[in-house]
Design a protein around this ligand. Structure first.
Ligand SMILES: O=C(CO)[C@@H](O)[C@H](O)[C@H](O)CO
Ligand SMILES: [Mn+2]
Length: 296
């Protein structure tokens, strides 16, 4: 199985020197580096090529994560915003094709984190989300993107998909609407499942063959192995459904910047947050994750 890490572990902003993080991921033994989509629209073709070649040289696969800004909400009740989102993703998918990146995950069906000072229209957001993802899936397929992970998030961050069951119903509705959008898949994250699911193992089994991407982290978003997430149960469920997609750890252990604000980290989660300590902790977590989750 391929194991990865989200670059944001080391950062305070939704951007960074991805070349440096490809090298770091490789040196720590990861197969995948997940990057944030946000900065990619500002990259020149030369920069995209440089990133692609660096990943190739270091044997690291690039996957993409995105917490959509409100103006890129494909399910907005405002038709102008939906139009803008369609343009944004169409351009992003072309950039991903240049990067040879075939997977993107997150709340692509909505925006993130949701502004709950406004009244929520769940039914409307789900319906417009299905229509939007049917369009995006088809466009992404033309760019060689085989996975658009519909991340099921906890209630405090989004209201559209909170459970694996909601994710499955949503994805099936997208497939029914657009046969060429089979790349729209369910994405689960152990941190969110811990809050919303009655059984984490059952949630994974519910997603079954529709599961396309998987994030890991402890209940408080520390690296895998430092908390009380039921890793054995997860192993058994992933084996039962024969999941062979990526497993990307997404730890957040430091406050500060937009990342600290969006993830709501208000304290150092570990005593030493030096780069060296973070690297060692990631390496140990990778060893733990391979040991716990790889199955025969
Ligand atoms: O789990 C989460 C958010 O809680 C992430 O996967 C998020 O969607 C991503 O950080 C956006 O880049
Ligand atoms: Mn996640």
């Amino acid at each position: 199985m391929e194991h990865g890490i989200y670059y944001a572990y080391w950062e305070h902003e939704w951007t960074g020197d991805y070349i440096q993080y490809i090298k770091k991921a490789a040196s720590l033994g990861f197969d995948i580096l997940e990057i944030a989509a946000g900065p990619l629209p500002l990259y020149s073709d030369a920069q995209l090529l440089e990133l692609r070649e660096c990943a190739k040289e270091y044997g690291v696969r690039i996957t993409v994560g995105y917490g959509p800004a409100p103006e890129n909400n494909i399910a907005s009740s405002d038709a102008g915003v939906r139009e803008n989102a369609l343009k944004f993703y169409t351009d992003l998918f072309k950039r991903m094709e240049k990067l040879h990146a075939t997977l993107i995950g997150g709340a692509l069906y909505s925006c993130w984190p949701v502004d709950y000072t406004k009244t929520v229209d769940k039914k409307g957001d789900v319906e417009r989300g299905i229509e939007g993802m049917a369009k995006l899936g088809k466009i992404a397929a033309q760019c060689g993107i085989n996975t658009l992970g519909m991340e099921c998030l906890n209630r405090f961050e989004n209201h559209v998909l909170n459970t694996a069951k909601e994710g499955v119903d949503f994805v099936k509705a997208v497939h029914q609407l657009e046969g060429e959008a089979k790349n729209v898949k369910v994405m689960l994250d152990t941190f969110h499942m811990n809050i919303e699911e009655q059984s984490i193992g059952e949630a994974i089994r519910t997603a079954g063959p529709l599961l396309g991407h998987f994030h890991t982290g402890e209940c408080n978003r520390m690296v895998p192995g430092e908390g009380r997430i039921p890793w054995r149960e997860i192993h058994d469920a992933l084996r039962a459904i024969q999941y062979d997609g990526p497993i990307v750890m997404e730890p957040f252990v430091m406050p500060g910047g937009q990342i600290g604000q969006d993830i709501k980290v208000w304290r150092n989660m570990i005593p030493d947050i030096s780069e060296k300590a973070l690297d060692e902790s990631a390496k140990k977590a990778l060893y733990f994750q391979r040991y716990m989750l790889d199955y025969q």
